[in-house]
Design a protein around this ligand. Structure first.
Ligand SMILES: Nc1ncnc2c1ncn2[C@@H]1O[C@H](COP(=O)(O)OP(=O)(O)OP(=O)(O)O)[C@@H](O)[C@H]1O
Length: 641
């Protein structure tokens, strides 16, 4: 007799395989090669040994349902190596030439002398490497020197190398510095070359889609009168909202099942049977676990986007294993998303997520159909902020480099990031992917495992700031241990986190403004920004900015936006408490098969990491105004004592 847990797992596994053939096949393949893990394993992965016992039945069922697409060729197992088996050819002569040129650049004040750990990264010969770079460890400048080394000394053709970073702002900064450095190396590389070379994930995907998917029209860009690069930062605008609303109305009008679920979700009486459906209700709805109430069609879009980024297909979701609100939401979402996909097809549009999905599927099923030009730029990848990568992007990158390997092309991947600074879990990213890197990006032969490099010297913050920041992560189990060292000497007046508890902006605004002004006049470093004012949301920041003297060297930003920036003083305004439990996302997380922790646990950890990011923006001092001390601020008090 199977236990209830085993029956539940088998049921979910079969559903997973039927609904998400590509992702589940991938996870099944690489599960066998999973490495041992440095952190506990609270939830056993759903794709377990039990999977193989239900394999043939589930596959047959999926085929019968037409869920599994016919494949032109069998995808290579994910556990089969992609990189190597030989290291990159790096000679002592090439390293010597690089060192001499760097020395000359340092002499001209173009850059600082790289440390030994930075040199190891710059000249690494392993074709698949991951670099755990602590906050303020100079990863961006080292990444650029690595690019210079590859182009100028290893003679990698520029059209084969792509640097990927997360935001347009960070890409712009990297491009500017790269052009400057390469000019010093007398390497022909202008603004246009830099645009081609340094991209966001969405722009890189768009470049591939232009060649391989016939230059799709992107849903996210529709109605904006712009045809530039795909850009992740685009918020849902009126044109997007109109399509979502129309989908919602038509789904409501045509589908009694959808109507019923919508009424249950909104707490409305059941729809009258036998009568025309009428207009769909537009009441706001807050899914348990979410901060904001939204019209249902927007709530569906938000959750569907999350599901897609963790490798699931919203249109195939079922409520199996869920109950109450979550079950209704999942079933309604699946109906909605099927209609939405039809609306997109009718309008000749594609979402960015579908772009990633389609490219991944085509590469796996029929990679030989890809023209060489679509793939070549992905031969040598350097990825910044790797800790914020999502399963969807892992699958896509992996498929692209696997196809290049299949064609006999040399490929390499350098992933640079700081799992301690992973703060985009709410959008589907997870530091687990960086920690489980070798599962997803395996090498061949002796190079089966990636080379692990560490940048542990912090050039930004004094030791008391770093020590308090590290205290934030004491309870986070899913992390890479690091031994970060401060290069800066603690000066008079420097301090770690000074907590100001019981703070209320309504009554404490004047005291806060006084503190900000005082900190600006206490400057004793050459940081361009004296104070970074940081909060999780924009509301408090806007109110403070309205009262701040605009001449002060202060920037007010959300913690997410401040990532990568620094100031002499960081002033934090947030309790950094974890969000409420999110049963729906917990269920999606479990189905994804990529994660060990639950979504709620991931969010608790992420709150600690958010506090870590905020604290590490401060070079000399950190002041934390907080209402209560139950969240991360409280943890700091406890851990200091
Ligand atoms: N070898 C070095 N010697 C002295 N200073 C350095 C060195 N490398 C980097 N720095 C300085 O350290 C600071 C932090 O660098 P950078 O902003 O590139 O760090 P980061 O790793 O991207 O930080 P974070 O991830 O926290 O945003 C910068 O002011 C940079 O100039």
């Amino acid at each position: 007799m199977l236990s209830a847990v085993k029956r539940y797992r088998a049921l979910l596994t079969a559903t997973l395989r039927a609904c998400f053939p590509r992702t589940s096949a991938y996870l099944r393949e690489q599960h066998g090669s999973a490495l041992s893990h440095a952190y506990p394993h609270p939830n056993a992965p759903l794709v377990s040994g039990a999977t193989s016992r239900v394999k043939s039945k589930a596959t047959a069922k999926a085929r019968a349902k037409g869920a599994a697409k016919p494949r032109a060729k069998r995808a290579q197992p994910a556990s089969e190596g992609i990189y190597g088996p030989s290291p990159l050819s790096v000679t002592t002569g090439q390293i010597q030439a690089m060192r001499e040129q760097v020395k000359a650049a340092v002499g001209k004040g173009l850059l600082g002398e790289p440390s030994d750990e930075q040199w190891t990264m710059i000249t690494c010969e392993h074709p698949v490497a991951r670099v755990f770079a602590g906050a303020g460890s100079g990863k961006s400048s080292t990444l650029l020197l690595r690019v210079v080394f590859m182009l100028c000394h290893l003679k990698v053709a520029p059209e084969r190398l792509t640097v990927i970073s997360f935001t347009n702002a960070s890409c712009a900064e990297l491009r500017g510095k790269l052009v400057e450095l390469l000019q010093f190396w007398s390497y022909p590389f202008d603004e246009t070359s830099a645009r081609r070379c340094v991209r966001t994930f969405h722009s890189a995907m768009g470049m591939m889609a232009r060649q391989a998917l016939g230059d799709p029209r992107w849903f996210e860009q529709s109605g904006r009168g712009r045809s530039g690069e795909p850009d992740d930062s685009l918020a849902t605008g009126s044109a997007q909202r109109a399509v979502l609303k129309e989908t919602y109305q038509s789904c409501y009008a045509e589908n009694a099942d959808f109507r019923e679920r919508v009424h249950r979700l909104l707490g409305a009486p059941p729809p009258a049977s036998g009568k025309p459906a009428g207009k769909a209700p537009l009441n706001l709805y807050r899914l348990p676990g979410e901060f904001r109430a939204l019209p249902l069609f927007e709530a569906f879009q938000v959750q569907a986007g999350f599901a897609e980024s963790i490798g699931l297909r919203p249109e195939c979701l079922t409520g199996d294993g869920m109950s109450g609100v979550e079950e209704d939401f999942a079933e309604a979402l699946a109906l909605f998303w099927r209609s939405f996909n039809e609306q997109l097809a009718a309008r000749g549009l594609m979402t960015f997520n579908h772009g990633f999905q389609q490219l991944t599927e085509t590469l796996g099923d029929n990679g030989s159909s890809f023209g060489e030009t679509a793939l070549i730029p992905f031969s040598h990848l350097l990825i910044d902020e790797f800790q914020d990568i999502s399963p969807q992007i892992v699958l896509w990158l992996q498929a692209a480099q696997r196809e290049l390997t299949r064609r006999g092309q040399a490929v390499s991947l350098m992933a640079i990031g700081d799992d301690w600074q992973s703060i985009y879990g709410w959008r589907g990213s997870s530091p687990e992917l960086f920690l489980d890197f070798d599962r997803h990006f395996p090498g061949k032969g002796r190079l089966k495992k990636s080379r692990v490099l560490r940048l542990e010297t912090n050039y930004r913050s004094v030791a008391p700031v770093m020590e308090d920041a590290a205290r934030m992560l004491a309870e986070v189990s899913c992390k890479q241990d690091k031994n970060c060292r401060a290069a800066k000497v603690t000066g008079p007046g420097d301090h770690g986190v000074k907590l100001v508890p019981g703070f209320d902006l309504r009554t404490g605004m004047d005291a806060l403004l006084e503190e900000v002004t005082a900190q600006c006049s206490l400057r004793h470093t050459d940081e361009k920004t004296a104070v970074l004012l940081l909060s999780r949301g924009n509301d408090a920041l806007k109110r403070i900015q309205a009262r701040l003297d605009p001449a002060l060297p202060v920037r007010a930003l959300t913690i997410h936006r401040a990532k990568g920036l620094q100031a002499e003083v960081a002033i934090i305004l947030d309790d950094c408490e974890p969000p409420p439990a999110h049963p729906f996302r917990n269920a999606l997380y479990a189905r994804s098969g990529f994660f060990r922790s639950s979504y709620d646990q991931a969010m608790r950890d992420e709150t600690a990491r958010l506090a870590y990011v905020a604290i590490t923006r401060g070079a000399s001092r950190v002041i934390w105004f907080t209402h209560n001390t139950q969240g991360a601020a409280g943890a700091l008090v406890n851990r200091r004592s």
